[in-house]
Write a protein that binds this ligand. Sequence first.
Ligand SMILES: Cc1cc2nc3c(=O)[nH]c(=O)nc-3n(C[C@H](O)[C@H](O)[C@H](O)COP(=O)(O)OP(=O)(O)OC[C@H]3O[C@@H](n4cnc5c(N)ncnc54)[C@H](O)[C@@H]3O)c2cc1C
Ligand code: FES
Length: 411
Amino acid sequence: MTAPELLALICATLLLQILGGVGVMVWRKRRWVKSTPETSAENEMPVSAGAWQGWRDFRVARREFEDAARSQCSFFLEPADGQPLPAFKPGQFLTFSLRVSGDAAPARTVTRCYSLSDRPDPAHYRITVKRVSAPADQPELPPGVSSTYLHDQVREGDVLSVKTPAGQFFIDSDPSIPAVLIAGGIGITPVMSMLRWCLMEQPQREVHLYYGLRRSDEHAFKSQLESTAEAHARFHLNVVYSRPTADDVEGRDYQHAGHIDVDLLRRTLPHGRHRFFVCGPPAMMNSLVPALAEWGVAREDIHHEAFGPAAPRGAPSSPGVAANAAESIEIRFAQARRTLIWTGQDASLLDFAERNGVAVESGCRSGSCGSCETKLVSGEVRYADTPDHDIAHGHCLLCVGTPASPLVLDA
Ligand SMILES: Cc1cc2nc3c(=O)[nH]c(=O)nc-3n(C[C@H](O)[C@H](O)[C@H](O)COP(=O)(O)OP(=O)(O)OC[C@H]3O[C@@H](n4cnc5c(N)ncnc54)[C@H](O)[C@@H]3O)c2cc1C
Ligand code: FES
């Protein structure tokens, strides 16, 4: 064998060895990826395996009131098929399709979202529902359709149709940054899930809970929170009553009087970086979330979710949402055979459709459940924030969308 032939043989052998090594690495990596739960890029919280498509039947195994006024009721839900449940990210919600019937009114189906209020458990899920009455300043309005139905008519043993857990509001998996959980009223539900998960999975993490409500009779999970605070030195409970009764005792029932604001956080939180998770009524979110940013909290450390519409029904679209609010934009509802002119008077395309008598299905009115997802035949829809619901290609969400151009909608 000549010297060049020998050199070629050695090079070929080396090349074969390198290719073999690369092949084994790729094979090992593929196996690892398959056997490792999918992770979200943001904070590597495991994504639930076993999520289901469409609706799944759940039996109500138990009901339990969580407050003295019996206005907040927990429903423990077990899968009717008996199969284990996928884990979820603490903070996520379930979407329900409820067949609601009243004494006089004909039966109808409504879609609503309810946060999971306990840590993941393969045997059951828990939601906690607050009974919704007409607003105090508009007593002529009807009480909440689905919350009244769940409280008054859904009994143990009944079966409900439920979509797989979803939502972008969930706690991160980094125990080195203390978590500040802030809840207003029924906003305690996702926060309870985060808290219970943290205590189990991240016992070394400092967790501060600020829970704002009016008075003791609507104080949900009261004894559970108090005993948890006694048992866990790293859990710091701050209950804030805005309208305590004469029988409510500061230091026993609640820690602070007033509202949760940056001043209270500044006085009571230790110095250093914190990660904030805020859930409450729109009024609280509208004041607290911008105030946290003004205080200097980094955007990546503020996570929040409001229950219900991004803007009150009938409110005009905000300038940030529709920069073209002053323009007249032609909107064609193809199925209804109606062509209407958008002038920026409505907060969303859903409000616009309803105000003009075009029937469109809706549920959460906040971009979470997908009920109002509509085929976009032509045109462009814009969103102030990325909606929770993954929108199918060529579709749009009417409840949080406004037109960025003339539209033809398959509605
Ligand atoms: C992601 C997410 C998670 C949620 N998690 C929870 C949770 O954990 N627990 C919980 O209790 N809720 C939760 N909610 C809220 C829940 O989905 C429902 O919105 C809530 O229960 C009210 O629904 P309802 O059908 O009872 O009321 P609706 O019938 O929708 O009525 C709501 C209010 O609107 C008023 N109203 C009715 N008609 C009109 C009208 N024409 N104009 C103006 N006002 C009107 C009613 O009087 C009532 O005050 C969550 C919402 C979202 C989006
Ligand atoms: S009504 Fe739920 S996404 Fe629009």
